[in-house]
Write a protein that binds this ligand. Structure first.
Ligand code: APR
Length: 250
């Protein structure tokens, strides 16, 4: 079913849900000014100094030239510095208190969900404002932008650190995906918001939820690779659609 707004039927599905899981992608931050990778928005900025993002955000480059990788991430951090969460982020932070169980699973590294007040969150791809030591693997906040020191040094052992972000060619952090899978399998209502659903394993989570009996609702201005599987696609922007679910109805 394809809709363009939240109908009473959809609202009833929402009101009757007890265990909810949500998967978000770059699209939920588009209205905050964060460019997406694919689908809509100005993806041309995903080459920098003539290099594609897939090379700049890669395991190979962190091994051969961590300084350049940090320069690239500091450029991205600079773009995010003044951006604020939008109505979509705030709606999800409110939802968290509404259900018996609520899990927010994000592919985004921009920290805007946390800034909006979301607590029970799984960051599948890491966080751009955190660093991880290349030796002792401890993580720490690295919020100064531009970086005072490149690479930043580990607060625990003094060794060089890297962005605590999953790079192309790397596995997701241990345990986080398993917890996301569990929350997806337990959900009776699963939302897929602002993702093109082409990057795995994140894109498998709606499938896990569907196979476990959940109703799956997609919110995206465009249909995606997962639209064939979902129960409902609401064609629209997250910042405009999500608040409709918690708006008082006559
Ligand atoms: N509201 C909802 N969805 C939107 C909006 C909006 N305002 N604007 C754009 N979209 C949709 C686009 O139509 C597209 O389907 O958001 C989706 C963004 O898709 P991608 O750019 O592919 O982002 P995402 O799915 O999060 O990418 C997954 O790929 O590059 C890697 O690690 C990176 O986490 C990222 C992963």
């Amino acid at each position: 079913m394809v809709l363009t707004e939240v109908t009473n039927e959809l609202q009833t599905m929402f009101d009757n849900a007890r265990r909810v899981a949500v998967l978000t992608g770059a699209g939920i931050s588009a209205e905050s000014g964060v460019p997406t990778f694919r689908g809509g928005g100005d993806s041309s900025i995903w080459t920098w100094r003539g290099r594609p993002v897939t090379e700049l955000s890669s395991a190979e480059l962190i091994a051969s030239n961590p300084t350049l990788v940090w320069e690239w991430f500091d450029y991205r951090r600079g773009m995010l510095l003044d951006l604020q969460p939008n109505a979509g982020h705030y709606a999800l932070a409110q939802w968290e208190r509404r259900f018996e169980e609520f899990t927010l699973i994000t592919q985004n590294i921009d920290d805007l969900h946390r800034t909006a007040g979301s607590l029970n969150m799984l960051e599948l791809h890491g966080n751009i404002w955190r660093a991880r030591c290349l030796r002792c693997r401890s993580t720490f906040e690295a919020r100064e932008c531009p970086l005072e020191q490149n690479p930043p040094l580990c607060l625990a052992c003094g060794n060089a650190a890297r962005p605590d972000v999953v790079l192309f060619g790397e596995m997701l952090p241990e345990g986080i995906f398993e917890r996301a899978e569990e929350a997806s399998a337990r959900a009776d209502l699963f939302f897929v918001i602002g993702t093109s659903a082409v990057v795995y394993p994140a894109a498998s989570l709606p499938i896990v939820a569907k196979q476990s009996g959940a109703k799956v609702i997609e919110i995206n201005p465009e249909e995606t690779d997962i639209s064939f599987l979902v129960d409902v696609t609401v064609l629209g922007k997250a910042g405009e659609i999500l608040p409709q679910f918690i708006k008082e109805r006559g």
